[in-house]
Design a protein around this ligand. Structure first.
Ligand SMILES: *[C@@H]1O[C@H](CO)[C@@H](O)[C@H](O)[C@H]1NC(C)=O
Ligand SMILES: *[C@@H]1O[C@H](CO)[C@@H](O)[C@H](O)[C@H]1NC(C)=O
Ligand SMILES: *[C@@H]1O[C@H](CO)[C@@H](O)[C@H](O)[C@H]1NC(C)=O
Ligand SMILES: *[C@@H]1O[C@H](CO)[C@@H](O)[C@H](O)[C@H]1NC(C)=O
Ligand SMILES: *[C@@H]1O[C@H](CO)[C@@H](O)[C@H](O)[C@H]1NC(C)=O
Ligand SMILES: *[C@@H]1O[C@H](CO)[C@@H](O)[C@H](O)[C@H]1NC(C)=O
Ligand SMILES: *[C@@H]1O[C@H](CO)[C@@H](O)[C@H](O)[C@H]1NC(C)=O
Length: 774
């Protein structure tokens, strides 16, 4: 049927409405100009063939037809599958397929048809493109994209709740009706789940209960619209998990509990554990515990433990065996927030009975107060008790109690808890004594150290006025010789070691009325000292001593005499002191300052020492670094001559001599020939002068010169070393004539020592440029 369709297609212009080449084809350029070609055209552009044909190969596809009538014409194909899958009969233009085609592999082939001249291979017509369309047959069944799908839904969900979506695809042409449509079907588990046309799986039953069955494995099948169904891959498994909700109540297991607990259990301690069973998953249990009977809410707490859901019983207040030795109550476990309205267990209660037995413990003594506060007046009689503490044995035994004062040697405590001071207390020494008292139980006169309790005792020492006021500081005022009467010399104030209570008043008065000074009480606990007569004479009295009586208004009042030393000072016109009494001046240097100064000096000394050591160390290193030749040179430079020519054991004189010879001709020679100004004056000429006479004359001359020059400093030590006598074979030993002979040493290394040695480097670096006299 399909084949005939193609034939029709080829012969019918109606089914091939578009012509590829409808234009005028002129061949004038290529061939004879005289012949005018007629309008030629391909009359097709599309062919169809069905896929998966079961007939014997080749399958006829269609025919290339051209209206050209040329017995020499030849049809040739080019393009997808040309001459392999598709071949054309070169004479008739029949196109055949030599392979079975599969639309799902390749649905369309692009080809080009040529009409050539058999002899010349030249195109008789322009080539034309056409397509071979492979037509679908419903040969593919829908296939699931996964073999296994997972899905989940809350248990107890209403019917129709979506669980998950599955997908199957059909490779057939979707434009052809029914070929690629997919229908789904649940083939296993259809009692609980259904699937719709779009692959959405929904619950088909209410009351899916996780606690009965938590997972379902259903099988779904996909069929295409024509009923075609793949054998294996047309089905898929869907694993559906039910998600837990809190739809079950807790149930006690067991329902009877018996606990024993020591009476000294701490408030954080655990009395016991109640266990419940709840078939919901742990996070959905949320058990609540409450007292059903026996009102012990004030004694115990039941705290649900997360996850395990156990109820932990804890004491809410200390237990006391002597008061209550056992407790009985019942506990109810509920699940407050059950979320499913139709839950079977909703509203049900589980009740357990609990009995707790308190076990007696031998407990340490208990003070009647957590801490004690006593007040004692300073200086009071030590035989009087400061206060009493009291502790008892809380147990039935009611043992006797002994007390101790811990870590204080100021106080002692009697067996009945009375606290005494060991010595008279002084508020000015300690205003508070905060001590710890221990109470122990005794048995047969022996202290039981394990049964010990401590209590804090705060003892406040109350003040009495037992100290007289004094000057705030040792005043050292001065007064001008010519001070005018009424001039304020100083304003004095006082302090009192006793408690400075708010209404405290100091009164000041002079001991004697006959005085050169006046005291004015300022009534603000200070007083001014002023000059009464004026005109003080330093020659007569250098320091005036002024005794002042200071009293307080305490009970009893206290007073003391403080003497003010007033120095008579020289003053300038402005009234400023220019000179006061020396002896009166205090050394204004405190001990701390002295220590600081000493530390500074020590630090400087250590730094200097370190620098010196470092220098020496560097020098040593430097000498070592020098090579042998340099060391020889140094020997020469110092003009060291050793033990003379005969002493060949100490020195290799030949080396010394050779080096010496060479150094004679070296730049050193030129330096020597140009001695410094200083040495020129002092030193007698080396050659030419032969007699001592001339030398003596010269010395005399110099002495005269010096004697007659008044401007010069005494010149007695005049360069005695300058004279060595004449005609010495060994030449002069004086360093004066050698000028800067030391500069023979290479001081370049100084430059490497960094900026710190820059100055030295500059001085020594000037080789021969300047002369230095040492
Ligand atoms: C070819 O044969 C197979 C198996 O016999 C059949 O399933 C298929 O449909 C056939 N194809 C056509 C195009 O008739
Ligand atoms: C024409 O083309 C064919 C195939 O390409 C070739 O074998 C033949 O020799 C050619 N003929 C001429 C005359 O060029
Ligand atoms: C489905 O769940 C199982 C078990 O939890 C898991 O092993 C599997 O990988 C899951 N499959 C998919 C497709 O998620
Ligand atoms: C309670 O008393 C017992 C026995 O005297 C003792 O072993 C235990 O340590 C005490 N516990 C506490 C918390 O004090
Ligand atoms: C002692 O206790 C009192 C009251 O608590 C407090 O004011 C005082 O500073 C304490 N003294 C000492 C020395 O601890
Ligand atoms: C007052 O000062 C004079 C000297 O300036 C001295 O001689 C005299 O004794 C002083 N009077 C008293 C009471 O100190
Ligand atoms: C006391 O001396 C101070 C200055 O030291 C002064 O300001 C004050 O006015 C004087 N008081 C009286 C009562 O003179």
């Amino acid at each position: 049927m399909l084949a005939s369709c193609h034939l029709l297609l080829l012969s019918s212009a109606m089914l091939v409405p578009t012509f590829v080449h409808g234009e005028d084809l002129s061949w004038t350029a290529a061939t004879n100009k005289v012949h005018k070609r007629l309008r030629r055209e391909w009359i097709w552009n599309k062919m169809h063939i069905s896929e998966e044909k079961n007939e014997t190969l080749p399958h006829h596809v269609g025919r290339i037809i051209s209206s050209i009538q040329n017995s020499n014409a030849m049809y040739v194909l080019e393009g997808d599958g040309a001459n392999s899958i598709f071949k054309v009969d070169e004479n008739t233009g029949d196109v055949s397929a030599y392979e079975r085609l599969d639309r799902e592999k390749k649905a369309e082939y692009q080809l080009t048809a040529h009409i050539l001249d058999r002899t010349t291979n030249k195109s008789l017509e322009p080539p034309s493109k056409f397509r071979i369309i492979v037509q679908d047959v419903n040969d593919n069944a829908p296939i699931f994209v996964q073999r296994v799908f997972n899905g989940s839904v809350f248990e107890m969900s209403p019917v129709g709740t979506s669980v998950t979506t599955v997908t199957a695809v059909d490779a057939d042409d979707p434009t052809l009706l029914g070929y690629a449509d997919v229908d789904y079907k649940v083939i296993k588990g259809q009692n609980y789940f259904r699937i719709d046309k779009s692959g959405v799986i929904r619950t088909a039953a209410a009351n899916l209960d996780r606690e009965q069955k938590a997972t379902y494995e259903i099988v779904v099948q996909a069929i295409d619209g024509k009923g075609l169904q793949a054998a294996e891959s047309g089905t898929a498994t869907v694993r559906i998990t039910l998600i837990d909700i809190n739809d079950n109540s807790p149930v006690f297991n067991p329902t009877k509990y018996q606990f024993e607990v020591l009476e000294n259990i701490t408030l954080n301690g655990e009395v016991g554990k109640l266990t419940v069973e709840d078939i919901d998953e742990p996070q959905n249990r949320n058990t609540k515990y409450s007292f059903a009977s026996g009102n012990f809410q004030d004694t115990f707490l039941i705290i649900p433990k997360p996850y395990t859901n156990e109820g932990i019983i804890k004491p809410k207040k200390p237990l006391d065996f002597e008061k209550t030795s056992s407790y009985q109550f019942s506990v109810e476990a509920t699940d407050g927030d059950i979320s499913y309205a139709n839950s079977k267990t909703k509203g049900s209660k589980s009740i357990a009975t609990v009995s707790i037995r308190v076990i007696d413990v031998d407990e340490p003594p208990v003070f009647n107060r957590p801490s004690y506060m006593f007040e004692v007046v300073e200086g009071s009689d030590i035989k009087k008790a400061i206060g009493f503490v009291s502790a008892i044995d809380p147990d039935r035994a009611k043992r006797e109690i002994r007390y101790r004062v811990l870590r204080s040697n100021y106080f002692k405590i009697s067996n009945n808890g009375a606290i005494f001071a060991e010595r008279i207390l002084d508020r000015e020494e300690h205003s508070w004594h905060n001590i710890t008292v221990a109470a122990n139980e005794i048995e047969n006169g022996k202290i039981l150290p394990q049964l010990e309790t401590h209590a804090q005792v705060f003892i406040k020492v109350r003040d009495i006025n037992d100290n007289a006021p004094q000057f705030t500081e040792p005043y050292q005022p001065g007064v001008c010789e010519n001070a005018a009467p009424g001039k304020v010399i100083i304003r004095i104030s006082a302090v009192d070691k006793d408690e400075m209570f708010p209404g405290l008043k100091f009164t000041y008065s002079l001991i004697s009325d006959e005085s050169n000074f006046t005291l004015i009480d300022n009534h603000d606990n200070t007083a001014n000292i002023t000059v009464k007569y004026g005109e003080f004479n330093r020659e007569l009295v250098k320091t005036h001593y002024l005794p002042i009586l200071i009293s307080d208004n305490g009970l009893p009042p206290q007073s003391s005499t403080n003497t003010l030393s007033i120095h008579v000072c020289k003053c300038n016109e402005a009234g400023e002191f220019t000179f006061c009494e020396e002896a009166a001046k205090q050394m204004g240097v405190s001990v701390q300052a002295l220590v600081a100064i000493f530390v500074c000096i020590l630090t400087i000394f250590v730094i200097v020492l370190l620098i010196a050591l470092r220098r020496r160390h560097k020098k040593d290193l430097n000498v070592l670094r020098k090579n042998v030749a340099e060391i020889h040179e140094q020997l020469v430079a110092y003009d060291e001559e050793g033990g003379g020519e005969m002493d060949t054991t100490s020195y290799d004189v030949s080396i010394l001599n050779s080096v010496r010879q060479s150094s004679m001709t070296s730049p050193r020679m030129t330096q020597e020939s140009r001695p410094c100004v200083y040495s020129q004056v002092q030193k007698p000429p080396r050659h030419g002068l032969s007699g001592t006479g001339e030398m003596a004359i010269m010395i005399e001359m110099k002495k005269d010169e010096a004697d007659n020059d008044g401007d010069l400093l005494p010149y007695d030590t005049l360069h005695i070393f300058g004279y060595e006598g004449a005609e010495s074979i060994a030449e002069s030993l004086s360093s004066l004539g050698s000028g800067s002979s030391d500069s023979d040493i290479d001081y370049d290394f100084l430059n490497d020592w960094g900026p710190r040695f820059k100055m030295l480097a500059e001085l020594y670096g000037l080789e021969g440029g300047e002369d230095f006299a040492y």
